[in-house]
Design a protein around this ligand. Structure first.
Ligand SMILES: Cc1cc2nc3c(=O)[nH]c(=O)nc-3n(C[C@H](O)[C@H](O)[C@H](O)COP(=O)(O)O)c2cc1C
Length: 170
């Protein structure tokens, strides 16, 4: 059972149709993230989810840079992806926290695609202000904000991907 078709269906749209995406609508995507592997099974991913109909949705739009907030405003909800960099195992720095967080989000994206929803992550946002708003301790780092929603946009025909480069030892 290959999931490649679902993976290739994913793209990052710049327009959303303003329909609300409640947590219940997307809960299975967070469940997909939950099953990701992680060093020492530390599960260092953390998420905050704000649906469009929540009173703090507007506030969340104040953190992306303007070039991002101008299209994010129409999305159905925003997930904030956080990495907990302090290990639950020994209280020390978890050197693979960000890596494992990315693994979890990768799984999440596949499930969002399978649900017929779309996502667009951004790194262009004010991490200091967002951290202050969410009252994050210094060992929890915002990795990305993710707009989710519905769109009628089609993926660009000329989406660029580098050719696959794998050195296969035989
Ligand atoms: C960590 C991360 C940060 C990103 N930051 C931004 C951003 O600030 N603004 C934006 O428009 N897209 C952003 N993107 C989306 C990428 O530009 C997009 O995924 C890439 O061009 C590939 O296109 P595709 O997702 O449609 O396949 C980001 C994606 C990731 C994973």
């Amino acid at each position: 059972m290959s999931v490649l078709t679902t993976i290739k269906k994913r793209f990052s749209p710049y327009s959303f149709d303003k329909t609300n995406v409640g947590f219940e609508d997307i809960e299975s995507a967070f469940e997909a993230a939950r099953w990701a592997p992680s060093g020492y099974n530390n599960q260092p991913w953390r998420f905050v989810y704000i649906s469009r109909d929540h009173q703090n949705f507007e506030k969340m739009l104040s953190f992306p840079v303007e070039a991002n907030s101008k299209w994010m405003k129409d999305c159905g909800g925003i997930a904030v992806v956080l990495a907990k960099t302090q290990s639950d195992f020994n209280g020390q720095l978890d050197p693979s926290a960000q890596y494992c967080c990315g693994l979890a989000v990768g799984q999440m994206l596949v499930e969002i695609s399978a649900l017929g929803l779309h996502s667009h992550q951004i790194g262009g946002f004010d991490r200091t202000k967002l951290s202050a708003f969410l009252e994050l301790p210094e060992y929890i780092i915002p990795m990305a904000m993710m707009a989710v929603g519905r769109t009628s946009e089609e993926p660009q025909q000329n989406r660029k991907r580098e050719p696959l480069e794998v050195l296969v030892l035989r």
